[in-house]
Design a protein around this ligand. Sequence first.
Ligand code: F6P
Length: 356
Amino acid sequence: MATPTDSPNPPFIIPERSLDRDCTTLSRHVLQQLQSFSPDAQDLSALMGRIALAGKLIARRLSCAGIVDGVLGFAGSENVQGEAVKKMDVYANEVFISVFKQSGLVCRLASEEMDEPYYIPENCPIGRYTLVYDPIDGSGNIDANLNVGSIFAIRQQEGEDTTGEAKDLLQNGHKQIAAGYILYGASTILVYTIGQGVHAFTLDPSLGEFILWQENLQIPKHGSVYSVNEGNFWQWDDAMRDYIRYVHRHEGYTGRYSGALVSDFHRILLQGGVFLYPGTTKQPEGKLRLLYESAPLAFLVEQAGGHASTGTQAVNDVVPNKLHQRTPLIIGSVEDVALVESFIHDRQQRDPSDPS
Ligand code: F6P
């Protein structure tokens, strides 16, 4: 009779962790980055800790898809952009609100799922920060058990916001003091920047902690991946079609598109290449929202040595005129973004009236 030791596949053993090397937690990392225990540094560390808690709650719920209520399917409503809301969009939006409610840190939250910013009046006298976020990016992937993400940025409140219109949020991406995303995939990964490089953490479910995985990520100058929904080809302008024809006709390019921006961006951050969501005839500004999708990822990519462009200007130079403003997005390796821009530039030279 076979005994356990005879088995060709020994039982799976969780590897021992070397505590001194592997256990830099997120909040410790933020403080190390700032090299300070000042009140501002403590605030930023606490803010990141709260975002991480939201990420853990969302990851836990996603991992039970199909066996607990409220994960799969639609909520039966539409958001401010007229998109059908999924149950997880509602849940994740509320998770972010609830983890910040008693934090004393954040006075306002603005998200894809809320027409207007959400105020936490009890925090406002002391909480000078605003969280802008997309609670579940790519939520169409949930029912197919595919990757989704959360995107966030933190901005400092400027002025008193007595009208409740959060007008100070209508500023460019250089006003972000922190940004990042959480990717819910085979593992849960949190990537963030506070303007001092880009750092990635993996959620260790046995500890319930995000543990440092990679510090100071640098995006390659060029990569083979182009990531775009080619089903929109018929709706693109000539410059975008020129670019896609170019990659179709040259060796060394490969298409990858998951339907979740965070997931596609994460691959490109690690391996290089370019993600594109250009304007279409139906949506000339594209689909992605500036404040809580494009600008946070632009902050990250620039910190990692890459670039984010609308095609004609840097994403982080764009000043929105409304909270839910959309913008075309071309983001990734500097050389690949420059190649796309060169096709736009060429078309403009040929026909200056072409807005592309
Ligand atoms: O903003 C939402 C989003 O789901 C992104 O995560 C994703 O990149 C994009 O929309 C997918 O849109 P489409 O289905 O039009 O390609």
